[in-house]
Design a protein. Structure first.
Length: 98
């Protein structure tokens, strides 16, 4: 772990990597298949799956798309999906369409 990476960031990167690897296994895909679908190298995918926080954000998004979980990832941080976010929706540039 790099000295400039906080323990909380490292824990989150490791958990995210474990989750990506878990989705890959659940879907019955090899690392080579996911890497090809995401347009990244197997080494880059390995780094992501092993919690390397230096992996680029675009890689995270491409792998999520390749695994079919990009919408879930995006929705998981939507402030309007929380009570606090809905209560302070006027602070956002958008509104949730119902």
């Amino acid at each position: 772990m790099s000295s400039d990476v906080s323990p909380a960031i490292q824990r989150s990167a490791t958990r995210l990597g474990d989750d990506f690897a878990g989705w890959r296994r659940v879907l019955g895909l090899t690392a080579a298949q996911v890497a090809e679908r995401a347009g990244v190298t197997r080494d880059t995918l390995r780094k992501l799956e092993h919690g390397d926080p230096s992996v680029g954000f675009h890689v995270v998004l491409r792998v999520a798309r390749a695994l079919g979980v990009l919408d879930q990832l995006t929705s998981s941080i939507d402030p309007l999906s929380t009570d606090l976010g809905r209560a302070r929706a006027d602070m956002l540039n958008r509104r949730r369409v119902r």
